[in-house]
Ligand binder design. Structure first.
Ligand code: XMP
Length: 311
């Protein structure tokens, strides 16, 4: 496949579809939306409005890094701070499916508002072939977003989605990103779930608990860089466990599970055989940099029977 040619053809197609109008793209920092945004910007320049919904569940410095990286590409990103809305929606919820539903509802409400305010007639989406397959199987609700944000083309809004990547699978999307000059950091990124760190906080998802897991994820990502794993992160458990303070007193603290898996397509996965010194360093850094943690565990479970994420 000629990736430059794919990009050229799709840029032309987006340009024809949008005509003199405007489109909006919701950038998440992930590979798919980043590549779709770059194609859209190449096609229609500033008539592509780019928004980044900051849900408070992103990795450390994500909003700033995405905004800065795209600025370098000449693409202006409007950051919508929706952290309070998301945390309010998640408040008191401990059940995995309820948390996912609260996230989804809030995301679509926020996106719907941004789309209406932008006055764009087109929504540019980074839907890829796997999303369409999974939507058909009922695993995801990523495709057919318009109905979910309350803007139905059928209702006479004349609103249209553009999905330039819908025939591609992830490895090809990465190559299109590289051909389009996207920084390596973006086109080589490991998968990060839509509901963000909410998938890595067991129990209630409060800003404090998210902050603990955000620090944990950063440490695990930094220390496993050389392992070349498919995905790697930390998870905050609900159970607390006993430890000892520096003064020798018993203390109850948080438990963090470390997840690092090898996989081709996320359908099956196995725990990465991390060298013992790497695991030890992760453990040392976590208890030092997050003093409320008293236990660090390494998850050995393959998928199946487990899943990669925890909710
Ligand atoms: P599981 O946990 O089901 O995850 O083994 C498989 C892959 O999918 C990612 N994942 C998601 N991605 N929205 C996404 O865009 C989601 O709600 C979601 N849940 C899980 C997960 O990170 C892994 O790569």
């Amino acid at each position: 496949m000629n990736y430059r040619q794919f990009a050229r053809e799709n840029v032309g197609e987006i340009r024809n579809t949008v005509g003199e109008g405007a489109a909006i793209s919701a950038l998440s920092g992930g590979v798919d939306s980043a590549v779709a945004t770059v194609l859209g910007h190449e096609a229609i320049g500033n008539r592509l409005r780019v928004v980044f919904i900051d849900d408070g569940l992103m990795r450390q410095n994500e909003a700033r890094e995405v905004r800065d990286a795209f600025k370098k590409l000449g693409i202006k990103v409007k950051v919508i701070n929706a952290q309070d809305t998301f945390f309010k929606a998640l408040k008191g919820l401990t059940d995995a499916e309820e948390k996912r539903k609260a996230f989804r509802d809030t995301f679509y409400k926020t996106l719907g508002k941004a789309v209406r305010e932008s006055k764009a007639q087109f929504l540019l989406q980074g839907t890829i072939a796997a999303d369409i397959l999974e939507t058909k199987k009922g695993v995801k609700t990523q495709h057919n977003v318009l109905d979910q944000i309350g803007i139905s083309a059928k209702k006479g809004y004349g609103f249209v989605t553009i999905e330039p990547l819908k025939t591609l699978f992830k490895p090809d999307v990465r190559k299109v990103g590289r051909a389009m000059g996207l920084p390596k950091k973006f086109y080589e990124r490991m998968p990060f779930p839509g509901p963000g760190l909410a998938t890595r906080v067991m129990g209630e998802c409060t800003p404090e608990r998210v902050e603990i897991v955000r620090k944990g994820c950063r440490i695990v990502e930094e220390e496993t860089k050389r392992a070349g794993a498919f995905q790697t992160f930390a998870v905050l458990m609900t159970d607390q466990a006993t430890g000892v303070t520096k003064g020798g007193r018993r203390a109850v603290g948080h438990t963090i599970a470390v997840r690092c898996v090898d996989s081709k397509n996320a359908v099956t996965a196995t725990a990465t055989k991390l060298p013992w010194p790497v695991l030890q360093k992760i453990q040392r850094r976590i208890v030092k940099e997050i003093p409320s943690v008293t236990k660090v565990l390494y998850d050995l479970t393959p998928k199946p029977p487990s899943t990669i994420e925890y909710i």
